[in-house]
Design a protein around this ligand. Structure first.
Ligand code: HEC
Length: 421
């Protein structure tokens, strides 16, 4: 109800004079199309370049059985791809989204999807973020926003994460923190990055680390050398399921608190020699995992009855009071804010004298205080050049300033767009 009352009001107040400033150069056509030639009438699973699994069952395209068609997939999972796609990561009410990924699934020719057997999608992930949800795209006058559909974690999964947390607090927290060293090493991000431990190894280690050390397991010995003489208890009484729940919780918490980065592993063991031995001998990618760099694989799963852009995301907490941006630039520019810590991008619109932020429904975009961001603004290209600025700042309660642009080549511009990872 609030929604219905608010929209027309805001449209009048703010959008009458606010003009979208997209030059249309950043658009979904910039995202590579992956094409799969399939025959309908058979159960089929395809795997995209980033490891997303798309499953079509024998009846999905019942009306076209036996015919050949093309399944065309576009996916944007990196910040730079999200920027190139020109799809801002804001919902209908102006709430900011962390964009874990977006995918567009279409068929050529267009085929009707059997509602009893929708296209199902499985997205591999390093851990399950408790708030991850599905969104679909809304387009209004060429501008985009996202509509919340449903949570992606089932009540059963959430329950299991909760059990994992309880077990972790009871048995592990006396000696371990997730995000830093304590009596034992930090346990966060332990299944992520180049030196991740396998689930199998983690279960064995948790059951009886001393036996692994005695047996000469490279990594166990390294851990021991870094932390001896403190002994880790053996947890023989925990079942596989319980240990799995503990590490599911640890991975989920690592994602939720956004602590994982390249240095985290090195800090965990604290010995450079161990890092080397881990990288060299213990954890080689198997050839099967080149495009699929996950070990104990978690999945987000969802299905769709429509060929359209889908997005798996969660709301970024933005309870803070931040006044809308007022940026003055003496040029006609397209302008975006790229969050440093989130895969999240918001576009500016022109409002009278300055550039500011409303979504397509005229709702002010809610921004989190103190977040580090990079603002980019650019003019149209002319003779292989355009004027550009990349401005790094943090979001303050009031954000009012002017920016001066400088000239760069088209090549430099493309490189910069590609550099946001
Ligand atoms: C009495 C303190 C203590 C408790 C309780 C404890 N640990 Fe440990 N843990 C350690 C120490 C110390 C190490 C470092 C290696 C060693 O000394 O064996 C370690 C190492 C580890 C490692 C290896 C980390 C790496 O970088 O490879 C894992 C995994 C681990 N612990 C998991 C657990 C889990 C899961 C629990 C709870 C079920 C737990 N620990 C409870 C002290 C503890």
């Amino acid at each position: 109800m609030r929604y219905l009352l608010f929209i027309p009001f805001l449209l009048l107040v703010c959008c009458k004079n606010a003009t979208p400033t997209s030059f249309g150069e950043l658009n979904p056509d910039n995202i590579a199309q992956q094409k799969f030639v399939l025959t309908s009438g058979a159960d089929t699973t395809v795997r995209t370049q980033s490891g997303v699994l798309i499953h079509i069952c024998a009846n999905t395209f019942a009306t076209a059985n036996g015919t050949t068609f093309e399944l065309v997939v576009q996916e944007a999972l990196t910040k730079s791809d999200i920027l190139m796609s020109g799809l801002p990561t804001v919902d209908q009410e102006g709430k900011l989204l962390e964009s874990a990924g977006m995918i567009n699934i279409i068929t050529n020719p267009i085929l009707e999807i059997n509602p009893e057997c929708p296209i199902s999608v499985k997205v591999p992930t390093n851990g399950l973020h408790p708030n991850m949800s599905l969104f679909t795209m809304n387009v209004n006058n060429g501008e985009t926003s996202w509509k919340y559909q449903a949570p992606l974690l089932s009540p059963k999964t959430l329950e299991s994460l909760k059990t994992g947390e309880q077990l972790y607090v009871k048995y592990c927290q006396p000696c371990h923190y997730i995000d830093q060293r304590f009596t034992g090493p930090a346990l966060g991000c332990i299944e992520m990055g180049e030196n991740r431990r396998t689930r199998e190894w983690l279960i064995k280690f948790t059951r009886n680390s001393q036996k692994m050390i005695a047996d000469g397991d490279t990594l166990a010995v390294c851990n021991w050398n870094a932390y001896k003489p403190v002994l880790m208890n053996s947890f023989q009484f925990l079942s596989d399921e319980e240990i799995n729940q503990i590490f599911d919780y640890i991975s989920s918490e690592s994602l939720r608190t956004e602590i994982c980065n390249k240095d985290f592993d090195l800090g965990r063991i604290g010995l450079q020699e161990c890092y080397q031995s881990v990288t060299d001998s213990t954890f080689k990618y198997s050839s099967d995992s080149i495009n699929f760099p996950f070990n104990h694989t978690f999945y987000y799963e969802f299905s769709t009855h429509k060929c359209e852009w889908l997005k798996w995301s969660y709301f970024i907490n933005t309870e803070d009071v931040v006044e809308n941006f007022k940026v003055k630039i003496n040029e006609d520019v397209e302008m975006h804010m790229i969050f440093d810590r989130y895969k999240s991008i918001v576009s500016f619109v022109k409002f009278g004298e300055y550039y500011t932020m409303y979504n397509i429904y005229g709702e002010k975009v809610n921004l989190p205080l103190n977040e580090p961001v990079t603002i980019i603004a650019f003019t149209r290209e002319e003779n292989g050049h355009r004027k550009f600025i990349e401005y790094k700042t943090t979001i303050k309660p009031v954000n009012s300033f002017s920016l001066e642009l400088t000239s760069i080549t088209a090549d430099e511009f493309r490189k910069i767009l590609k550099s946001y990872q």
